[in-house]
Design a protein around this ligand. Structure first.
Ligand code: ADP
Length: 290
């Protein structure tokens, strides 16, 4: 990856962080410059989004981040699902303490190539609820982008809450070179309806859609070996074609995904040879080619 310099010494005169915007206060300008100087050290930035909760968005974010990091890439996983941060549990990092040094937050290291940051690390108890309005959420996201010492990364994967609220909107507005949004859905009509809204949202905000992943796409019966389409099948592909966005692949239902999620082990690590593991691997290969 190309060496990127801090704002003060950066010679890129075309960078928007070099000059203060007309109506921007000094404080706003410094904050924007701080975020830009961190973000420009990260090569590719993806946000994982879904129309609905429970479709496997966090599962996909964790396994993509793990899978890409296991290919020797430096990856950051940022969990901005403020009301339901599940990444610490999914990676068995619930007891991890976040260090703060010189006003900089040090992310939790899952493995040598994978750094993690989540609001979950700041909650004293796992059943604590975060009751925050928009402005507080926006300021937390800005802190996660500007105050966390991500260092030089090849990839930043951002796990956003479902829907089109403050969190994905803030990411879309602050990271002006977001590589794209990876949208996770199940094949059923109910989920697909909301995914269409997510795609429209991306278009309205001007964020590129990297593609759609159809999760929970059929279950192979362990007794007879036949495929059961629990949530229907291929709806994700048809919807992606219809909306004119790329289709990245389908991940079948696998009970080991639930088991590994609860154990805090990436499924893509333990069951990489399974159908679902192979599907995740193919998707991560597509993503690193982008
Ligand atoms: P979301 O982030 O969209 O709310 P999660 O990633 O938390 O969804 O997944 C919801 C539940 O579904 C979790 O229990 C997870 O283990 C399970 N799950 C996700 N994908 C699959 C799959 N392909 N097969 C079986 N269970 C899955």
């Amino acid at each position: 990856m190309e060496e990127k310099k801090e704002c003060s010494t950066c010679k890129d005169d075309s960078c928007s962080a070099k000059t203060r915007k007309p109506k921007e206060s000094e404080k706003e300008y410094l904050e924007r410059q701080k975020i830009s100087s961190r973000m420009c050290q990260i090569d590719k930035k993806f946000m994982v989004l879904s129309g609905k909760g429970g479709v496997g968005k966090s599962t996909v974010a964790v396994n993509l981040a793990f899978s890409i990091s296991s290919k020797g890439k430096k990856v950051g996983l940022m969990d901005i699902d403020i009301h339901g941060p599940s990444i610490p549990k999914m990676l068995n990092l619930e007891k991890s303490a976040v260090m703060v040094e010189n006003n900089t937050i040090i992310p939790v290291q899952f493995s040598p190539n994978l750094k993690v940051m989540s609001i979950g690390f700041f909650l004293r108890h796992t059943d604590d609820a975060v009751i925050w309005r928009g402005p507080l959420k926006i300021s937390l996201i800005k802190q996660f982008l500007g105050d966390v010492d991500w260092g030089k990364l090849d990839y930043l994967i951002i796990d956003s809450p479902p829907g089109t609220g403050d969190e994905p909107l803030t990411i879309g507005q602050i990271i002006n070179d977001l590589t794209g949004v990876i949208i996770v859905t199940t094949p059923q009509d109910l989920a697909l309806l909301d995914v269409r809204k997510s795609i429209t949202f991306c278009r309205q905000v001007g964020i590129p859609v990297t593609g759609v992943i159809e999760n929970m796409s059929g279950l192979i019966c362990p007794h007879c070996g036949k495929k059961i389409d629990v949530f229907k099948s291929e709806g994700g592909k048809a919807m992606a074609d219809d909306m004119g966005v790329p289709f990245l692949g389908s991940i079948p239902i696998d009970n080991h995904i639930v088991e590994t999620g609860d154990q805090g082990i990436p499924f893509a690590f333990k069951y990489f040879k399974s159908d679902a593991g192979t599907a995740m691997e193919k998707i991560s290969e597509k993503i690193i080619k982008i």
